[in-house]
Design a protein around this ligand. Structure first.
Ligand SMILES: Cc1cc2nc3c(=O)[nH]c(=O)nc-3n(C[C@H](O)[C@H](O)[C@H](O)COP(=O)(O)OP(=O)(O)OC[C@H]3O[C@@H](n4cnc5c(N)ncnc54)[C@H](O)[C@@H]3O)c2cc1C
Length: 286
């Protein structure tokens, strides 16, 4: 590992000022779970690291208006312990079921999003439930949708000097049920495919909104917009789960350049979609 200078700002504004002062030499470090691996194999060699660990305003979970605001440096372990109501309990469940205990203890939700590895569960989570991402830079604060935050081919659209400060999740009324399913080969491995199903029902049991989002098997999570919209108004009891799974696969992994890997990804996405949909429709308000 190459030697570096480790800076500890006390607040977000100071972090941004340090990033600006050191320019391309500086890199943010949060829990270090992804970045330290890159430093060790020398694929990243920043001379300056700006640590977010001593910035209290970036950590913790709070409610603001309708939104649940999760500070970017909130660790997965902290999220797992948060007692979140309604569908938001799925946020804690996702955090509690990724990687292993050391990674969950040190790794942060913001670090996972900024590392933007498509296999990371939090990318599918924020996209699937329609969270918004708050970014601070020397130009001020801006709030981005996941489609604006992630670059279409993978990675993020963050500029040097940007700091992700918080993730703004919609309130409990946004969804009646949110289910996340993933497939991994070993329990501590990142996912090969993931699907998030978010459901909102009308009082008569018809689907008011259905959002199916595929992650890991694609460079950046994709919402199967057409499949979801076509089902609005359908009675939840009448949904043909197998047909929906086929439609999601066709929409998200269309059949060009068939390879065994693509066929495998389609099988996984189909199975995970069925599983997520069945669970979400069975207990929509849990
Ligand atoms: C063994 C192992 C298994 C894993 N398995 C899973 C898994 O099953 N599912 C899963 O979802 N993830 C998994 N991960 C990934 C894990 O979620 C990430 O490593 C972790 O979330 C990164 O967060 P961090 O705080 O450690 O970020 P860091 O490593 O500190 O930073 C990661 C990157 O983001 C940048 N960054 C960090 N925070 C900010 C910020 N607030 N603003 C701007 N830039 C920032 C850094 O500059 C760096 O480029 C695994 C990781 C490991 C090591």
């Amino acid at each position: 590992m190459k030697a570096f200078t480790y800076l500890r700002p006390g607040d977000g504004a100071e972090a941004v000022a340090l990033l600006r002062e050191h320019g391309p030499d500086a890199r943010v470090i949060a829990g270090g779970q992804s970045l330290l691996l890159a430093l060790k194999d020398r694929s990243a060699r920043p001379p300056v690291l700006v640590s977010l660990r001593g910035v209290p305003e970036l950590a913790g979970v709070r409610v603001e208006g309708d939104e649940l605001v999760v500070g970017a440096t909130t660790t997965y372990a902290q999220l797992t312990r948060a007692e979140l109501p309604g569908w938001q309990a799925t946020i804690a469940a996702v955090a509690g079921d990724l990687a292993d205990r050391p990674v969950r203890t040190m790794g942060t939700i913001g670090g996972g999003l900024c590392a933007a590895d498509p296999r990371y569960d939090v990318l599918t989570l924020v996209t699937g439930v329609g969270a918004r991402l708050e970014v601070l830079s020397s130009a001020g604060r801006r709030v981005l949708t996941p489609a604006e935050f992630f670059a279409p081919g993978g990675g993020t659209r963050l500029e040097p000097g940007d700091v992700l400060t918080a993730i703004r999740f919609p309130g409990t009324a946004a969804w009646d049920g949110v289910v996340f399913e993933k497939f991994r080969t070993r329990v501590f491995d990142a996912a090969l495919a993931s699907v998030l199903c978010a459901v909102r029902l009308d009082p008569d049991g018809a689907l008011a909104a259905l959002q199916l989002t595929v992650g890991a098997a694609v460079p950046v999570p994709v919402v199967a917009v057409q499949t979801g919209s076509a089902l609005v108004g359908t009675s939840a009891a009448a949904v043909d789960v197998d047909a929906v799974a086929r439609d999601v696969v066709t929409e998200v992994l269309p059949g060009r350049g068939d390879t065994p890997a693509l066929q495998y990804a389609r099988e996984l996405v189909s199975a995970l979609t069925r599983r997520a949909l069945v669970r979400a429709l069975a207990h929509p308000r849990s």
